[in-house]
Design a protein around this ligand. Structure first.
Ligand code: ZN
Length: 80
């Protein structure tokens, strides 16, 4: 019991919906977005690598987003 059929969800063209539908950011549970060889969280912005076609959904493996305002390593842009 309780086996409700698949819901009629709106199609999102341009994404591998079948794959991404089951993938969510382990950090914030937001859906991720395919971007080249990585999956980028639409919530926190973490980037999860895809190795051998398998997305590595581990917070420890994720690349943290570039936090705006945190210019700890600003490039030497002509300061002379
Ligand atoms: Zn996230």
């Amino acid at each position: 019991m309780g086996d409700s059929g698949d819901k009629d969800r709106p199609a999102r063209p341009g994404f591998d919906r079948d794959m991404l539908d089951v993938l969510a950011c382990p950090a914030c549970r937001e859906p991720v977005e395919r971007r080249d060889q990585a999956l980028v969280c639409t919530g926190c912005g973490r980037s999860y690598p895809i190795r051998d076609g398998i997305p590595v959904m581990l917070i420890d493996e994720a690349t943290p987003p570039a936090a705006p305002g945190t210019d700890r390593s600003r490039p030497a842009s002509g300061t002379d």
